[in-house]
Design a binder for this molecule. Structure first.
Ligand SMILES: *[C@@H]1O[C@H](CO)[C@@H](O)[C@H](O)[C@H]1NC(C)=O
Ligand SMILES: *[C@@H]1O[C@H](CO)[C@@H](O)[C@H](O)[C@H]1NC(C)=O
Ligand SMILES: *[C@@H]1O[C@H](CO)[C@@H](O)[C@H](O)[C@H]1NC(C)=O
Ligand SMILES: *[C@@H]1O[C@H](CO)[C@@H](O)[C@H](O)[C@H]1NC(C)=O
Ligand SMILES: *[C@@H]1O[C@H](CO)[C@@H](O)[C@H](O)[C@H]1NC(C)=O
Length: 320
């Protein structure tokens, strides 16, 4: 077992992906604070498509092996995000609440291919975000609106993952919900430090340091090495073993982290799986909370190609 004190220091770049600091709300969660959180995420999505589509034209997509209809559809996805921003802004202002404004963003894609890959990932996180926060809403109108956006983001994620990226359109029989702090640990990596308008309201999320996991693209059943930055003010009881918590559909899986920082990803995980370092053995009935979570989420895709034939969890050769 691994105690916090002996967590191996992240060697490369851990500090550079911690994400922008966040003003943390202390008041109770309300419909307004959920909509402010949702709008914060929509700004990140909206600016992502504007940046990539400004940079890469039809010819750039063609040169990267994507037919023109891929760029055309992504333009439509981006337009939907612009509409979500306008919709949530109007809903908040109609309530007399502050609508968060856009910050400056920096995205790690480096070419058309990584932009298209990242777009699937962004929509997947957006879907998990709406699913994981809808239960905080009390107004039926807001539940309906959030559900409507959730369904659109899920369809966009499926199209991007499958038609555009030739991967799996879905993960398991249940979509994975993610708590706001976990989502924000991914999303905040794209916010330029100090670039958010000071008038933006605090969010009800807890910031977590990034976990460094090697190899970066492991497979289920394989061994990984995990680290989080030292000096992080988590629980300090050195006899506490640490675990990886794996979020897949409505289930939470776990593996203990050994003293040397290694852990074994459970067999049988499929599709997009999120994982974090936690200090209490997690399970579906005892899910991690902000108080037992020690790191931000990492995000893996254990999906199969879009043309694979999948029988239960066995992949057999593709159709022609
Ligand atoms: C938060 O909710 C609790 C329980 O409903 C209530 O007792 C408390 O006064 C609320 N706090 C604020 C700041 O509204
Ligand atoms: C944000 O972007 C604007 C416009 O490009 C720029 O003027 C400003 O300096 C940026 N602010 C930060 C903090 O990066
Ligand atoms: C540390 O954890 C152990 C095992 O859960 C417990 O017995 C002990 O009291 C804890 N110590 C502190 C200082 O919290
Ligand atoms: C780390 O510890 C685990 C469990 O004790 C062991 O199986 C594994 O071989 C060790 N790995 C390294 C690289 O030392
Ligand atoms: C699915 O995977 C689990 C875990 O690896 C295994 O026990 C089970 O036999 C597999 N089922 C099928 C139908 O292959």
């Amino acid at each position: 077992m691994l105690s916090l004190a002996s967590v191996i220091v992240g060697l490369v770049g851990a500090a550079s992906v911690l994400g922008a600091p966040v003003k943390r709300a202390t008041q109770n969660i309300t419909d307004v604070s959920v909509l402010q959180y949702a709008l914060t995420l929509e700004h990140i999505e909206n600016a992502f498509y504007i940046s990539g589509l400004t940079k890469y034209d039809d010819k750039a997509f063609l040169d990267a092996g994507f037919p023109a209809w891929v760029r055309g559809r992504i333009q439509q996805v981006g337009d939907h995000e612009t509409d979500h921003v306008a919709f949530l802004t109007a809903a908040l202002e109609a309530n007399g609440a502050i609508a968060p404004q856009a910050c400056n963003y920096s995205y790690p894609y480096t070419d058309v291919t990584s932009f298209v890959t990242m777009s699937a990932s962004i929509e997947g996180v957006g879907t998990a975000a709406y699913l994981g926060s809808a239960h905080y809403l009390t107004s039926k109108t807001n539940v309906n609106a959030a559900g409507s956006i959730l369904a659109t983001e899920a369809r966009q994620a499926a199209w991007l993952a499958s038609a555009a990226n030739k991967g799996s359109p879905w993960d398991t029989e249940f979509q994975t919900p993610l708590d706001p702090s976990g989502v924000y640990s991914i999303a905040s990596q794209f916010i330029v430090d100090g670039s958010c308008p000071s008038t933006n309201p605090p969010l009800f999320v807890k910031p977590f340091p990034a976990a460094t996991v090697t190899p970066a693209t492991p497979t289920p059943g394989s061994q990984i090495t995990v680290s989080i930055p030292t000096g992080y003010a988590g629980p300090s009881n050195s006899s506490t073993p640490l675990y990886m918590a794996y979020y897949s559909g409505l289930n939470i899986y776990s593996s203990e982290i050994a003293e040397n920082g290694t852990s074994t990803i459970p067999e049988g995980l499929v599709g997009v799986v999120f994982a974090a370092v936690v200090c209490e053995e997690p399970s579906t009935v005892n899910p991690p909370t902000d108080d037992t979570t020690l790191s931000g989420l990492v995000n893996w895709d254990f999906g199969v190609p879009s043309n694979a034939r999948q029988i239960f969890n066995t992949t057999i050769p593709p159709y022609n």
